[in-house]
Every structure is written in structure tokens, then in C-alpha cells.
Design a protein around this ligand. Sequence first.
Ligand code: ZN
Length: 244
Amino acid sequence: MRCLLISDIHGNLAALEAVIRDAGQFDMIWCLGDMVGYGPNPNECLARLREYPHVCLAGNHDWAVLGKLDMRGFNTDARLANQWTRSVLKPDSLAYLGELEPQRVEHDFTLAHGSPRQPIWEYILDPLTAELNFAAFHTQVCLVGHTHVAASFYMPETSDDHLCEPRTPRYNQPISLTGGRWIVNPGSVGQPRDGDPRAAYAILDPETCILEHRRVEYPIEETQSQMRTFKLPQRLIERLAMGH
Ligand code: ZN
């Protein structure tokens, strides 16, 4: 099975379209949350995702626009974008988001938006945080989003000290998620924050546990010009071009 693994689309349809085109054929989409917030096309992104067989989590922005989280937990720009998103989301989109949970197990993979121990809020950015999270799930592999940074963390099963090793993603090179336990983040489709503005995603075969990190360029100015039209915060417009 060929699975398109994505996260943090954040209403950026141009980026999502580029990822879908670049991914080639796939059997289903696994989406790790934050489909909306920040970007100009929340309804369109949800509709596009729902055209495919898929599983989808809720992220903190998805819950914020539903009113399930206090908006005061967000910085000013994120809050303004979430308020705008809430004002444009169609009833059907809101109903769809309302059904989603921030964590689930699928095909023997744990899926969590932030982390398995705090699926809505925690960021797994460093090996120590990753290490503490290995105790919070029972499958071999956990897939997370939320940081907007593609990453993987490997926990050897055999080593005495059980130290978690960070692995820098090497794009277009399949890796085998076996021989130990893993936490993997495909990065963000719609708002990458690792200094590379290209959309990030991964291809995963859940049966063989082979995963490949990928990046693809998309017309950033298309998204930016729509954000200007909708008067979304300037800093959110600018950061897309910087990948931060
Ligand atoms: Zn996000």
C-alpha cells in the first residue's frame, strides 16, 4: 500500500496541489492535523483531502476554529488567522472537523498531531522530548506533525542505554522503519519552518514500513496574493517565502 503522509496543510491549497501532483499514485492519505488556520483556502483544502480515501487527525488550529481550544493560547497572528478561518468555514467543513480526534492507531501505527502523550500541544523537536514520548505509545512507529519540521527519531531496541537518536531527513531516499522504534514527522505541507519554503511530505508503505521524505516547490506567490486579498496578517504572508 502506498500512503501519502502529510501534516499541517494550514489552508494552503497551492502547496497541497503540488504535493498531490508530486506524490504520483497513492492508495490513501494519512493527514496528521492542522488542515486549517494561517492560509487562505481552508474549505478547499478539506474538500480536496476528502476526495481521497483518507484518515485524518485534528490539530490545535482545527480545534481552535471549532471553539474547542481557547484562542488565547495562540499568538496574535495565529489568533487573527483562526478568527478569519472560523468566519469563512462552511457548515460542512465545520461538521467534518468536529468529528476528528488528535490521535488514533491505524495499521499498527500510532498517529498523533503533536505527540502521543500530549496530542494537541506538545512539540517533538529534540531527542529528549522524543525519548520521553516512546513510553506513551505501544506500536513500533508513531507519526506526528505540529512542529512544521520534517524529522525522525530512532530508539534502538537492543542498546543498553536506550538513547534516542535524531535522524536528519534525507529527501528521496527510502528508509526502513524497522529494527527499533521510531517517531517520524513528515514536515508541513502549507507552512514549512525549517528554512526551506518547499512543501514537505512523505510516502509511506505501512506494510513494509518503508518511508521516504520528500519536498516539492509550489507557487508561493499564489498563496501569498490570496492572503493579501483576505487581509491575513503580513507576517504570515512573508514567512511562507522564508520557510519559517
Ligand atoms: Zn500546524
